[in-house]
Design a binder for this molecule. Structure first.
Ligand code: GDP
Length: 425
């Protein structure tokens, strides 16, 4: 059984928790895209962990965790995270890193920071973790695969190609100091030593796993709407956030049996770009404070997230581009304070027309949400253990969302902890 867990929205949907729950019955969990530019929050018996590089199966001693070739591998961040996990988690860390994954260099982060500064108020809201410069280099054939680090002559000859590019930009566009070859060689040596114990031919390993019918989970990062092709470009990320990319970015090649898209019972987004659902003022403040396990603030950046009511237009599209077979609806407990709950069913576009279709980025800027209201349930649901025991009005809310997004909502999450998940189907 090969499953993917992906986001149906702008990210931060609660994928980390869902992956942690699913990982307990998975032989293998794979990260297949993105880097340390987003985080998953996992709360389990060992405490609360913000993971950025490690796959979420790391807290299951029986799960092998894989970082696939599609990932932007930040070795420094990975090592810090491994130490952080080891401090509180008593079991061995079972992790392998693809020899084909490419490495985020310190100059990628530097370029990201310099470019954000240069763009000023028109920046795309990068987390400044080097992701866009990293993927640019990968496709321009200026990147370093893990396996290359172990071959000094090819590192040196590639650096001779890389440095003139980087230094021309540093000196003439950003008007700052050029990079030194010695410093980068020293960095590469350090990265190589740190990653060596984890490097493996994960492609062959996964081919064997598929033949042996292992239970495999591909863990997506960020949300559908951050995909560079189908999302809100250019307020998107630099690798595909879609489940269809999982077979490639992981090295499984095999198609997915199930795609589980995670969506919140309301909307939240961090970073720049059009966000039709956006609320302001006191209403937004209250939802933001009540959201997630400690308010809606980015796990990586600490930035306050924009919040709004459930956006069925964006989520139906998000599920469609994920080719979702199942949906997990998280954070439903957060809405328990409301008498009436608004749901966005349509957008009104600049020309006055009303649509239920998600439109391209330029039309989103002036789109306005069209709401329908449903009754709230006004009671604490965080201790409920069976879906059937939810208040009737909470179930009616879930039924309504399901009919709007047109994918079965198979599970509902009623709190941040592992146990707080209700099977519906
Ligand atoms: P991810 O990037 O998709 O994994 O999402 P994050 O972990 O960044 O954000 C989700 C937030 O919601 C985290 O603070 C989680 O602890 C929290 N969370 C997940 N599921 C639930 C839930 O059902 N209820 C509440 N209240 N918080 C949840």
């Amino acid at each position: 059984m090969i499953k993917a867990i992906v986001g149906a929205n702008w990210g931060d949907e609660g994928k980390g928790k869902v992956t942690d729950v699913f990982a307990q019955t998975s032989d293998i969990v794979i990260r297949y895209q993105g880097g340390n530019n987003a985080g998953h929050t996992i709360i389990n018996d060992y405490g609360k962990f913000a993971l950025h590089m490690l796959p979420s199966g790391i807290f299951n001693p029986n799960t092998l965790n894989v970082i696939g070739p599609g990932v932007a591998l930040n070795i420094h961040a990975l090592m810090k995270e491994i130490s952080m996990v080891k401090e509180r988690y008593p079991h061995p860390i079972r992790l392998v890193v693809s020899d084909r994954a490419q490495v985020v260099m310190s100059y990628h982060t530097l370029f990201d920071q310099l470019e954000e500064k240069r763009m000023g108020s028109s920046s795309f809201g990068s987390t400044k973790s080097g992701i866009a410069p990293f993927y640019s280099d990968k496709y321009a054939k200026l990147g370093f695969q893990v396996q290359e680090l172990f071959h000094v002559p090819s590192v040196i000859s590639k650096l001779d190609r890389v440095l003139p590019h980087k230094n021309a930009l540093l000196e003439h566009l950003y008007e700052t100091q050029p990079l030194s070859k010695e410093a980068i060689l020293a960095e590469i040596e350090m990265l190589k030593q740190a990653i060596a114990p984890y490097v493996a031919d994960t492609f062959t390993l996964l081919q064997e796993a598929v033949k042996e019918h292992k239970t495999i989970l591909c863990e997506g990062q960020l949300g559908a709407l951050r995909d560079p092709d189908y999302g809100i470009y250019p307020y998107s990320t630099s690798s595909s956030t879609l489940a269809s990319y999982a077979p490639l970015g992981s090295g499984l090649m095999h198609g997915l049996d199930e795609v589980w898209a995670v969506t919140k019972a309301y909307s939240s987004a961090v970073g720049a770009g059009p966000f039709v659902a956006e609320l302001e003022g006191e209403i937004a403040h209250e939802l933001r404070q009540r959201g997630g396990d400690a308010g809606e603030y980015g796990a990586t950046t600490g930035r306050p997230r924009s919040v709004g009511w459930f956006d069925a237009v964006a989520t139906r599209y998000g599920c469609a581009i994920q080719n979702a077979t199942h949906v997990v609806l998280t954070n439903i407990d957060v809405l328990s304070y409301l008498d009436q709950i608004p749901i966005i069913t349509h957008y009104e576009l600049e020309d006055g027309s009303v649509t239920s279709q998600f439109v391209a980025t330029s039309a989103l800027w002036n789109a306005k949400p069209v709401y329908t209201m449903v009754d709230g349930w006004k009671s604490d649901i965080t201790c409920i253990e069976h879906y059937d025991d939810l208040p009737q009005k909470a179930k009616a809310y879930v039924d309504m969302l399901e009919s709007l997004i047109q994918v079965p909502i198979a599970m509902v999450s009623n709190g941040p902890k592992r146990k707080q998940i209700l099977k519906r189907l």
